[in-house]
Design a protein around this ligand. Structure first.
Ligand SMILES: [Zn+2]
Length: 81
């Protein structure tokens, strides 16, 4: 299974500037936004995940589209049988 656009090949989470929702399955914060991205990053570390260092600059639109598509697929797979 190919790694998702929101993680590195070795399994670290990539948290993009402006991201405010947790991605962990069944976490209540998947739908409740954090007040800031650093708060989200700290929260993800408490899940036991490894978060990549903050990337400088803005992500490309192509990457943003890929991440959005992936996040939507997570929600769909979690809500449907
Ligand atoms: Zn969470």
């Amino acid at each position: 299974m190919a790694h998702s656009p929101g993680t590195t090949p070795d399994g670290q989470l990539i948290v993009y500037h402006g991201e405010l929702f947790c991605r962990v399955a069944n976490c209540e914060r998947r739908t409740v936004p954090f007040s800031s991205t650093p708060n989200l990053r700290a929260h993800l570390r408490r899940h036991g995940t490894t978060v990549t260092p903050t990337a400088s600059g803005r992500m490309t639109q192509d990457n943003m589209d890929a991440v959005i598509t992936w996040l939507e697929s997570l929600f769909i797979s979690g809500e449907e049988e």
